[in-house]
Design a protein around this ligand. Sequence first.
Ligand code: NDP
Length: 304
Amino acid sequence: MPRLPGNVIDGKKIADDIRTELKPRLTRLADAGVVPGLAAVLVGENPASQLYVKMKGKASEEMRMSHWTIDLPADVPEARLLQEVGRLNSDPKVHGILVQQPLPDQISVDRAVSAVSPLKDVDCFHPVNVGLVLIGRPRFAPATPSGVVELLTRSGYDPNGRDVVIVGRSNIVGKPLAALLLQKAPKANATVTIAHSGTRELAAHTRRAEILIAAMGSPRFIKADMVNQGAVVIDVGINRIHDPSAKSGYRTVGDVDFDAVRPKAEAISPVPGGVGPMTIAMLLSNTVLAAEMSSKAAGAASAP
Ligand code: NDP
């Protein structure tokens, strides 16, 4: 099983496996003259967003996929951003489009994600694609949530029949993850609880979890006394904390107090090296799928 020493789940290794599995599909596309292309729209100069977009570009390059970053200034009017997304929608070389969040206040997240063609929406944020996930007929797998599912199942932890507690109900992580896990389908069929800031007695819920997933954005919030002995713990959080001993002056930690929780957990995903690499692998996988769908549609259109 892809684990690091002890009970630590190796997200990097599992993400590498997923990328390797994409290679034959990329070869088939190349034979048909198609190179999958991913375009990222980056607004402003948020260092974390710049880093994420850079990592996605680097990962695309490593797979010999095309990628483009469209840099827009922090004060870009919404109409200009929507125009740029429209241009990418109609560019046949672009198979996947992502609009990196967070976005500045003058831009509506709803309008930005709805502007992306559902056929190029590799983040799976478009309302139509979100709805398809909810009814169990996904076009694209939402990147971070499906990364969590793959991390679990490929480490030997099938959610089938398990009590899963997700802390966090965002449209990016918590809600789509719950939608995936509650389907009557393989790699799912769990009993899912979603907790949030309005939840009373959070620890009473988290302590019940056989699989606990933290997606809160609150550094090391989940302590050992909030975790059931023998639980599987997946940490989605990415938080920068001040660390004068680090060269950069900061350190990245998750939402789980890793050192304290690890001895209690049957298995735990680290930060970094857990869900983060999985998100990128699933994004690449969606871009390959988008290119396959586009190539198939083009083939059907040109058939006699
Ligand atoms: P959001 O801020 O959008 O959502 C956070 C959620 O956590 C909200 O539902 C909030 O509740 C809930 N929450 C916050 N504090 C508490 C608390 N004390 N008790 C209970 N619930 C709480 O964050 P995201 O979902 O976008 O991201 C969550 C974390 O995951 C972040 O650290 C982010 O950086 C990381 N992330 C990592 C990714 C990866 O690839 N590894 C990808 C995407 C995100 P309420 O709704 O009531 O406000």
